[in-house]
Design a protein around this ligand. Structure first.
Ligand code: ZN
Length: 311
């Protein structure tokens, strides 16, 4: 066990398809860490949201306890979970005002805009979610909670309302993003390569901007591809960053103790307790045509190289 007595929220940020689900699962194997997945989905109907264990949140042995605790602590009904942890009922301002205010990073300035219901609610959702993390800390007896929601504004919001937030920023080769999004037309629509690249660049830039005012010592940046080639080395570094001792067996997950809210549907499948195979995913090298690659080079070659992808 570590000497770390302070509870910490470990927030994983990155674009979609940056490998956060795999990292979430591996970190959960550490005796001081509990991975909760994409916690923003806690606000969705607990009868319709599944935990990776296969049960709905309302029926899961872990989440059902947490839900009961939240309902009794906040003195709310199960229907009010939605309105306490989400902004869904509030109209988002057309100009990205909420994002801008979080970028500036002043709580006083945020409060000045409380006359806009969405802005006010966003802050309430943040403080409610931090209270949810306190409950999870108490129930699980783990000092570190992992939230892999990834959104940059949420990350910034947590750092504005709590001093105990650390961040892992996952970076992934922009070229691998293209086949991933092309396969998910049902979610993202039929996007052209230029649209996919634009979406990817703006996600990366947005995270960059939101990280600007956050102390470097609170951020651990890792390329997913580096993690895949040297997982043990990087898990050691992550443990050091979290002031935890490294533990053996992190790559041999026991799914019995894994109750995360999945972002990635493959995690919904119940697995045996076998060792995780971490493989480099470089399918883009065969799946992208020469034309795709030359278009990517024109649109984002330099941008991708700055992230460390040179070949
Ligand atoms: Zn569960």
């Amino acid at each position: 066990m570590s000497s770390n007595t302070e509870n910490t929220l470990l927030y994983i940020t990155g674009t979609v398809h940056s490998g956060s689900s795999l990292l979430d699962m591996i970190l959960n194997m550490h005796s001081d860490i509990i991975s909760t997945g994409e916690v923003f989905k806690f606000s969705i109907d607990p009868n319709k949201t599944n935990c990776v264990c296969g049960d709905s949140l309302a029926e899961c042995s872990f989440w059902s306890q947490i839900i009961n605790e939240v309902l009794s602590k906040k003195n709310i009904s199960i229907d009010e979970l939605k309105t306490s942890f989400s902004t869904f009922a509030y109209q988002k301002p057309k100009f990205p005002l909420n994002e801008f205010l979080h970028l500036v990073g002043s709580k006083g300035l945020l409060k000045l805009f409380n006359f806009i219901p969405y802005i006010k609610r966003y802050q309430e959702v943040t403080t409610n979610t931090l209270e949810l993390f306190d409950i999870i800390h108490q129930k699980s007896n783990k000092s570190i909670i992992v939230d892999s929601t990834k959104t940059a504004t949420k990350m910034k919001s947590f750092t504005m309302f709590s001093n105990n937030v650390k961040i892992i920023r996952l970076i992934r080769d922009g070229r691998s993003f293209i086949p991933s999004l092309r396969k998910k037309k049902h979610i993202y629509g039929d996007l052209s390569l230029a649209e996919i690249v634009k979406y990817w660049k703006s996600s990366v830039r947005n995270i960059d901007l939101m990280l600007r005012q956050i102390d470097d010592s609170k951020v651990f940046t890792m390329r997913y591809e580096d993690f895949c080639s040297e997982p043990i080395e990087y898990l050691n570094k992550i443990c050091q960053f979290l002031d935890l001792d490294y533990e053996e067996g992190l790559l041999e997950p026991n799914f019995d103790n894994f109750h995360s809210i999945p972002g990635n549907p493959w995690l919904n499948v119940k697995r045996g307790n076998k060792k995780i195979q971490i493989k480099q995913d470089e399918k883009w090298r065969t799946e992208l045509s020469d034309e795709d690659l030359s278009q990517f080079e024109k649109l984002a070659g330099d941008f991708n190289r700055k992230l460390g992808y040179s070949n």
